[in-house]
Write a protein that binds this ligand. Structure first.
Ligand code: NAD
Length: 426
């Protein structure tokens, strides 16, 4: 199954939304953003709450609560995933919607930011119940969604299957097939080639660009990667193809280390044959404490699993010179200062993992053109966009003398603020 996720939530013990807002505030101050524009950008444009009645398999009707938050449409139609989870709540959706605005702006994609969610437990529901829920939610939001208005995508608890239902339901109400209303669709239904590996590929591209700036030779460098799922495994493979020796990888089953470098193709094959996990993998040693992977002696560290793993509790022991954030929110706000004092370069999440939303944008473009691109074309264009975004952020970090993370926010906020001024308000 094609794995596709828009930026995931952050459940930071230090409060993720505040973590993001703290960085946003620093960037706004460096930029000298005026208060009025600041106020426009800090809160969502539109918040929709829907009650979605669904007939369950036992014949009883259950009502689910669903959300769609549009943070901004200043740059274009809003874009963002839909999450099915028992604990999804409006504030979380609001934070994630804002995040999408910055992510799209940093890679210069003509989208605003949005996010959606339904309070439900998809793992305890039948496929039929999930289908009816997806169709009912789509129907409730048919005036919000649209290829020129708001374009959803999968997130936690949803995938290509749900996107296919959403597209079909939306198309029914329009009386015509509307592929471009949603991205992350199955390939046969207008999904894009290269989407599956797009985020890992973008991580590799930004890692290579950063190594170049730091004068690091990939063929003489080592890396450790936390998470061996879609993003981590693809990043590992593509970095390895460029000569980087991957000494350690980890997943939920533990961390695996090999001083001579892990055979990544073999590890991926093993994972694919073992339910997506490395448990029992013999090509490397199981580390006693998986947390040690993050502080091990490597040149490049790639957190590509979950949020909030680089914190004030381990940051002073990190030995890598470069951190490339494949995951969303892997570094807590409080750890930022120590990272900067140590002189570690961080390619932040909103830049490093934006290869995924970039190829989602390509999916939408292809749908609108009615023409499918080759894999080479997708990869070549995504690589160019990632490299250009990296250079923009790097240039801002030099110009304002700030770390790459703040520079990424500066680039994003500046673009949205400038566009807002051109478009004007009331
Ligand atoms: P995935 O479910 O395919 O893989 C997650 C991996 O992390 C798995 O190998 C899992 O075993 C491992 N993992 C989970 N908890 C862990 C822990 N505590 N320690 C070590 N490993 C652990 O997910 P993914 O799509 O690869 O996403 C990974 C991260 O990248 C998430 O933060 C996600 O939001 C972000 N991201 C993904 C995409 C995308 O296109 N897939 C895009 C942008 C951002």
């Amino acid at each position: 199954m094609m794995l596709y996720k828009e930026p995931a939530p952050i459940k930071d013990k230090e409060n993720p939304f505040e973590s993001m807002m703290s960085r946003f505030n620093i960037a706004a101050e460096v930029l000298g953003l005026d208060e009025e524009v600041y106020n426009v950008l800090k809160s969502p444009t539109r918040q929709v709450i829907v009650n979605v009645p669904v007939t369950m398999d036992d014949g009883k009707v259950r009502v689910f609560e669903g959300y769609r938050v549009i943070h901004s449409t200043i740059l274009g139609p809003s874009k963002g995933g839909i999450r099915y989870a028992p604990d999804v709540f409006l504030d979380e959706v609001k934070a994630l919607a804002a995040w999408m605005t910055w992510k799209c702006a940093v890679v210069d994609i003509p989208y605003g930011g949005a996010k959606g969610g339904i309070i439900c437990d998809p793992f305890s529901m039948s496929a039929g119940e999930i289908e009816r829920l997806t169709r009912a939610y789509t129907s409730a939001l048919q005036d919000i969604f649209g290829p020129d208005r708001d374009i959803p995508a999968p997130d936690m608890g949803t995938g290509p299957r749900e996107m296919a239902w959403l597209m079909d339901e939306y198309s029914k109400t329009k009386g015509s097939t509307e592929h471009a209303v949603v991205t992350g669709k199955p390939l046969v239904l207008g999904g894009s080639l290269g989407r599956v590996e797009a985020t890992g590929r973008g991580v590799m591209v930004s890692a290579m660009a950063a190594m170049n700036k730091l004068g690091m030779d990939p063929a003489k460098s080592t890396a450790a990667i936390q998470g061996f799922g879609n993003v981590g495994a693809w990043a590992a493979k593509l970095m390895n193809d460029r000569g980087v020796k991957i000494l350690g990888v980890s997943d939920i089953s533990g961390a695996y280390w090999n001083d001579n470098g892990i055979d990544i193709d073999e590890a991926i094959e093993y994972k694919n044959a073992h339910n997506g996990r490395l448990e029992g993998y013999k090509g490397a040693e199981l580390m006693d404490d998986p947390g040690d992977l993050l502080t091990a002696k490597v040149d490049v560290l790639i957190p590509a699993a979950v949020e909030d793993v680089i914190t004030i509790h381990n940051v002073d022991r990190i030995q890598a010179r470069l951190i490339v954030e494949g995951a969303n929110g892997p570094t807590s706000y409080k750890a930022d200062n120590i990272i900067n004092e140590k002189g570690i370069m961080v390619v932040p999440d909103i830049l490093a993992n934006s290869g995924g939303v970039t190829v989602s944008y390509f999916e939408w473009v292809q749908n609108r053109m009615g023409f499918k691109w080759t894999l080479d074309r997708v990869n070549e264009r995504a690589e160019r966009i990632m490299n250009e975004a990296f250079e923009r952020v790097y240039a801002a970090s030099q110009k304002y003398n700030v770390p790459m993370r703040i520079a990424a926010y500066i680039v994003a906020i500046d673009k949205v603020a400038m566009t807002y001024k051109y478009r004007g308000g009331f």
